[in-house]
Design a binder for this molecule. Structure first.
Ligand code: ZN
Length: 318
């Protein structure tokens, strides 16, 4: 009998990636396409269609990462920030459609599992992960296991409050001054736009005058070239990231804090200032133990994590 295979899907706000995995890694077919955001029926139809295209012979389980809060009692995607999924019984629907065990996991939790087993958190038993993108996702490995909380909604680390009267949070979050509103790629973009308008002679201001789109990617590019307004913007974002990490270090005493996501391409421009804040503000001895490091698996982490949780479901079912 051949080794079991699973299908993993990373359903993001920009793209849908899917692949067949065996115990060693991705095998056989894979698919990447832009996510159909035109509505709930459309995105669900796309998800099922992509899975069908990967059905080569048997697959034993299905793992799906979604940018949603999940109620693990029911497998329901309760709320989502940047895809049209609200109150969808995703696990039951897919299990009925494909007749295999299905795990639906928050995408940041899936990335956390992948970085813990195969990436920057390898060998740790206590790990905090932050994914910096348009928003800030989070995940916790406590005592060697993904911590899901009472119903599966734990680890929303982007929604800890840094500033009581700070800017409103994104999407369905009713909070203000959250880590996500102050240390995400979108936060960097908003700040960069403001600085570009206020300081026309600075690097950001000159780029705006030259017609370049002011976004987080441009801020990283200019900051990497040398000191200037763009570097100051990233230091400001890194400062807020560090304040958030200091809180998490005080609460969880992790061995490692792994920072991933698209905006994490800023790397040391953001992590350097963040480490300084943690060294100044977090409590000893936790602050001295926590390594703050970039993620290793890049944009594949969510997909790999979805495969890992699907294999876990098979192992638990044996
Ligand atoms: Zn929030």
């Amino acid at each position: 009998m051949s080794a079991p295979r699973v299908i993993a899907v990373d359903l993001g706000g920009t793209k849908l990636a899917a692949a067949v995995f065996d115990g060693e890694g991705a095998v056989g077919r894979s698919a990447v396409e832009p996510t159909d955001l035109s509505g709930e029926d459309a995105v669900l139809a796309q998800l099922e269609r992509v899975i069908v295209t990967l059905e080569e012979g048997e697959f034993a389980a299905l793992g799906v990462g979604v940018p949603s809060t999940i109620d693990q009692r029911t497998g329901r995607a309760v709320a989502s920030v940047n895809i049209p999924l609200e109150g969808v019984d995703l696990r039951d629907r897919l299990a009925e459609r494909f007749g295999v065990p299905v795990v639906v996991e928050n995408d940041a939790n899936a990335a956390t599992v992948a970085e813990h087993r195969l990436g920057a958190g390898r060998g740790s038993r206590h790990m905090v992960m932050l994914t910096l993108g348009t928003g800030v996702g989070g995940g916790l490995i406590l005592d060697g296991r993904l911590y899901r909380g009472s119903v599966g909604a734990a680890g929303e680390l982007g929604h800890i409050t840094l500033d009581l009267d700070g800017p409103p949070c994104q999407g369905s979050c009713p909070g203000r001054g959250h880590l996500e509103a102050l240390a995400s790629g979108l936060a960097a973009e908003i700040l960069a736009e403001r600085v570009a308008a206020e300081r026309p002679d600075g690097d950001l201001g000159r780029a705006a005058a030259a017609g370049r789109a002011i976004d987080a990617r441009l801020a990283v590019e200019l900051a990497a070239a040398g000191p200037g307004d763009a570097r100051d913007v990233l230091e400001h974002v890194g400062f807020h990231l560090g304040v958030g990490i200091a809180d998490l270090v005080n609460v969880f005493n992790p061995e490692v804090v792994v920072v991933g996501g698209g905006f994490a391409d800023a790397r040391e421009l953001v992590l350097g200032p963040a480490r300084n804040v943690v060294a100044e503000r977090a409590l000893a001895p936790a602050r001295d133990e926590a390594r703050i490091v970039p993620a290793e698996l890049g944009s594949e982490a969510g997909l790999v994590g979805a495969a890992l949780v699907a294999f876990d479901a098979l192992a638990e079912g044996d």
